[in-house]
Design a protein around this ligand. Structure first.
Ligand SMILES: [Zn+2]
Length: 286
């Protein structure tokens, strides 16, 4: 006879500790931390998920009062419900560049289109450049800049007592890693930022990516090591004057512990970023 499967208290809510949960918001992760002053949330979810996110938050804390919303970066899957949280009185906080991308029209060169600025209600009201910390209900939450890892405004948010770090798209266990090269994201920034996250982690730390389940430090380190191998290959190939097509045909992503769904797109971004930062590749680039 089949035993009934255990039902989770709320669909799409995964509790990592008694105070911290990850909410599935249209595939994108929303991290929610319960404090005695209210909820502290990282990222607001993908478009059309507002009601589901609110229901999930209510399952964690009855009045679901959100005091602070952090954004890991400006992409729509992480910021679509910013206005909803702001309307309920949450203070939105991000790295300075993320506010700039949210508050201005910009051109996406690879897709040949403009993206309009988000309404003012979606903009972070408080920003930081390097790092900072927030106290809420006696809990310490540290945050800091992950320089050029995925966009130009990535940040980590470290819930100290829960031993959980939300890093947005700086970790990408289930999707191809993306480098928002036209904002400054590049593979060297990514590995340096992953090293920074490792330096504040221990063996029990859980790391929450933008998509997919929470990672252990060992899983995060494995992705970092894979990215470091990619970085070295791309550096060598940019030094040799290769473009993304040469890299693809030369097997630049072959033999790695993961397969890319769209290797051409990744190598285009990685090569663009590599050329943008060619002065960091050493003296031999001509
Ligand atoms: Zn992103």
């Amino acid at each position: 006879m089949w035993a009934p499967r255990l039902l989770r208290a709320q669909q799409g809510v995964t509790k990592l500790t008694d105070k911290l949960a990850v909410i599935d918001a249209g595939g994108a992760n929303v991290t929610a931390f319960v404090t005695s002053e209210g909820l502290v949330v990282v990222d607001s979810g993908a478009p059309n998920t507002g009601d589901a996110v609110m229901a999930a938050l209510k399952s964690l804390a009855p009045n679901a009062k959100v005091t602070t919303l952090f954004n890991t970066h400006y992409h729509l899957d992480q910021t679509a419900n910013n206005e909803m949280f702001a309307a309920q009185g949450a203070k939105i906080l991000s790295q300075k560049r993320t506010r700039e991308w949210l508050s201005r029209d910009y051109w996406v060169p690879g897709e040949e289109r403009y993206v309009k600025a988000r309404p003012k209600a979606a903009w972070p009201v408080e920003t930081f450049v390097d790092k900072g910390s927030l106290k809420s209900g006696g809990e310490d939450i540290d945050y800091g800049y992950l320089l050029m890892a995925h966009t130009s405004g990535d940040a980590y948010f470290h819930f100290k007592s829960a031993n959980v770090i939300a890093v947005g798209d700086v970790a990408s266990p289930v999707r191809d890693p993306e480098l928002d090269w036209f904002t400054g994201g590049w593979v060297g920034g990514r590995t340096d930022s992953m090293d920074l996250v490792l330096s504040i982690s221990n063996d029990q730390t859980k790391i929450i990516p933008a998509y997919g389940p929470a990672m252990t430090k060992a899983e995060f380190k494995a992705e970092r090591n894979m990215m470091e191998e990619v970085r070295q290959r791309i550096y060598d190939r940019v030094r040799a004057g290769e473009g993304p097509k040469d890299m693809l045909e030369g097997g630049a992503l072959e033999g790695l512990p993961r397969k890319w769904k769209d290797p051409a797109k990744f190598l285009y971004s990685a090569a663009k970023g590599g050329w943008a930062f060619h002065d960091k590749l050493g003296p031999n680039v001509v």
